[in-house]
Design a protein around this ligand. Sequence first.
Ligand code: CTP
Length: 230
Amino acid sequence: MNPNESLDGTLTGLRVVIDAGPTYEDIDPVRFLGNRSSGKMGFAVAEAAARAGAEVTLIAGPVALATPAGVARRVDVRSALQMHAAVMQAVQGADIFIATAAVADWRVAEYSARKIKKGARGTPVLELVENPDILAEVAARDPRPFVVGFAAETDHVAEHARAKLERKKLDLLAANHVNEEIGIGADDNALELIWPGGSETLPRASKSELAKTLVARIAAHYHARHGKPA
Ligand code: CTP
């Protein structure tokens, strides 16, 4: 982040909702489908937004992270359906929604209340059903907050990200360059910011530095839209 760029007060008076981390989709009482998201990026964004003066609600999937300083409210959830319900409630009247969570695309069609045993019935076949797309659903609301999405891409980052921005009708999309060293689960990240009128590369940095830059950009885009200086 440019050292002269200050976050102070750029989001004062605004309600910001952020979802973060993975979701776990339970199969039976001991097994689940999950993913490698650590929640670090979302928590760093929540901390930066709070530092910028926002009233932050953080909806967290299962992560081992302390609530960042200044976050007004934290709601812990486990599954995509729980995250969906918590976000839909929190975004009512919110000014900005930032979807950093790695929401599971699918859940099992039928949860088994008893542990599935090896043996007689052979190898189980899991039937999956699609989870709601929380980000697209928030973007389809009227009125809606300023909507920021994330995307994890391994190749053709800009093209895939722009297609996602348009498909989900987002105001801004932050695309992760995911490879073995950066992105999901790692401490560093790099982002390609895409919006309907342009794009910008935020070069590789620690997730907390990058989160500050991202929040400064979100504030600038939000205020440009609402006709106020950032
Ligand atoms: N997202 C969501 N609800 C889902 C799935 C995704 O809110 N059920 C949000 C994520 O929080 C993120 C963005 O949508 O902001 C990611 O979009 P997605 O279409 O899942 O992209 P990828 O994970 O990059 O997957 P794909 O490569 O399949 O497009």
